[in-house]
Design a protein around this ligand. Structure first.
Ligand code: COA
Length: 476
């Protein structure tokens, strides 16, 4: 009997794997057929209604603020999760009022990080507020928070308490540092960039450490956390149990600086020959130096001037002298003799001459706009990257077309541009909705999600736990 069951199981497993393989094939075919020029799956033009969105049915108790946590929950919302943002009555997420450009309206800082969410105001330190929070814990699948270390515990929401209330709940946190000497520190973007190895490896070798414009500490960590949450949800399908997910900003940044830790170890075996400073005869110390604009992949690359550089701060192009296309580069810039010359033909011979080589290439790029260089080089598979300004990106039609840059309407600030979901799922199309006004959904959540009775709601409100009824609600 047991053997029969086993055989049946093995057969159905076999069938399932054949089916999966067949499925894979057809998906691949479909993707190949529908692929855009950039290889991304085309967004389906058919209604996606049948299977809903990827995270439909997942409820998130969003206890995040500022940037790292909101980045994570916004992504989950874009994939269909119901994200309920809990905010302090009166002020809400501090970023609502930070860097305000339109007086009285939620800032772009807030609106661009909190799309597709609902907002409930709740004083978590009051008795009635905690009653509502506990009901939220029992109702939701995931609690996401990025408070300072210990804040959640101080509220009374320890892991043990949450787990007792709802053993299926996943508790996901962003902290500045993982367990260790700095675990109690409050951390912001640039602190993480410095502590995670980015600043020490960014900039020129004879200049100060630099922070980057990309928010790798905040948004980067939010991205890491989102993957942790989705993985924990997947594991819960098997175990039936929630778990804790932690992403430390230092760890997230270090993960993104992986190639620099690679170079740190290579340094023990001699100088890093692809770094410009090697060609310049500048000795290496015992830690990875700042590499200017050198490419991280080991192929020599620099930023070169293009036509108009004298007046346009972004008339530049990143140019990589990738070995397999070296001969094509020589032809393009009008230096065909370098294809066979012993000083230039092979990569090791070129390393000490990179300055001279790039100066020669720049003579050519300066005669063309960055887009002309891009077009001419791409025709020969020579990798180059135009330095695009934020203005150019905001106006780029292809980014509007794919929904990577979207225009959103907001009741108090009017129309604004935002970055949409950069991750495209062909069966889970993202519709970017405006961020919620402070406490806009308090009543709706108390009634429809948490199923409090009218009497209970009256008690909660009378206690002041939800603050004043939001005036802005009337604006719509
Ligand atoms: N009702 C009542 N109190 C609330 C509340 C609510 N709805 N929401 C938050 N609070 C309280 C917290 O309980 C905490 O109180 P406590 O310190 O008395 O325990 C207090 O508000 C402040 O929270 P905190 O997280 O310390 O805010 P902060 O402005 O002082 O610090 C950070 C901000 C970002 C530095 C800090 O939250 C942090 O280090 N977070 C982790 C790392 C991180 O995400 N950094 C990147 C931010 S983009």
């Amino acid at each position: 009997m047991a053997k029969k069951k086993k055989d049946k199981k093995a057969k159905s497993k076999d069938k399932a794997s054949k089916k999966a393989k067949a499925g894979k094939k057809s998906v691949l075919k479909l993707v190949a057929k529908k692929a855009n020029g950039n290889g991304l799956p085309k967004v389906s033009s058919k209604p996606w209604g049948k299977d809903g969105k990827a995270l439909d049915g997942v409820k998130i108790l969003d206890f995040t603020h500022v940037q790292s946590g909101p980045t994570c929950t916004q992504l989950l919302a874009w994939f269909g999760a119901d994200v309920i943002k809990v905010e302090r009555p009166g002020t809400g997420d501090i970023t609502r009022g930070q860097l305000q450009d339109v007086p009285g309206a939620d800032s772009l800082y807030f609106t661009m990080l909190n799309h597709n969410k609902r907002s409930i105001t709740l004083d978590s330190k009051s008795k009635e507020g905690m009653k509502v929070l506990e009901r939220l814990v029992k109702t939701c699948d995931v609690l996401v928070e990025n408070f300072a270390p210990g804040a959640l515990d101080r509220m009374g929401l320890t892991w043990e308490h949450i787990h007792a209330l709802n053993p299926r709940m996943i508790v996901a946190s962003v902290k500045g540092f993982g367990p260790g000497p700095y675990e109690d520190c409050k951390v912001y973007e640039n602190v993480a960039q410095c502590a995670g190895g980015s600043a020490s490896t960014t900039g020129f070798h004879d200049g100060l450490p630099l922070v980057t414009g990309a928010q790798i500490g905040d948004s980067g960590t939010g991205l890491h956390l989102a993957l942790g949450i989705v993985s924990a949800l997947y594991q819960r399908k098997r175990t039936g149990r929630g778990q804790r997910v932690l992403t430390a900003m230092q760890d997230g940044v270090l993960n993104l600086c992986r190639v620099k830790l690679r170079d740190q170890q290579r340094l023990a075996h001699g100088p890093l020959k692809e770094y410009t400073q090697f060609g310049q005869g500048i000795p290496f110390g015992d830690a990875v130096p700042r590499a200017g604009n050198d490419s991280g992949g080991g192929q020599p690359g620099v930023i070169l001037k293009c036509k108009g550089w004298e007046t346009d701060p972004n008339a530049y192009i990143y140019f990589i002298t990738q070995a397999p296309v070296w001969e094509k580069i020589c032809d393009l810039i009008g230096q065909p003799d370098w294809k066979t010359h012993p000083d230039y033909a092979k990569p090791p011979a070129r390393l000490p001459r990179l300055k001279e080589i790039f100066e020669r290439i720049e003579q050519w790029t300066k005669t063309k706009t960055k887009f002309e260089v891009m077009n001419e080089c791409n025709a020969f598979d020579i990798p180059v990257g135009p330095i695009l300004s934020m203005k150019e990106l905001a106006e780029e039609p292809s980014l509007r077309h794919t929904g990577t840059v979207v225009e959103v309407d907001h009741p108090t600030r009017g129309k604004y541009l935002s970055v949409g979901n950069p991750i495209k799922l062909s069966d889970s199309i993202t519709e970017v909705e405006r961020s919620p006004l402070l406490g806009e959904h308090t009543d709706e959540i108390l009634t429809k999600v948490l199923k409090f009775t009218p009497r209970e709601i009256a008690e909660i409100k009378a206690s002041g736990a939800t603050g004043q009824a939001p005036k802005a609600q009337a604006a719509e």
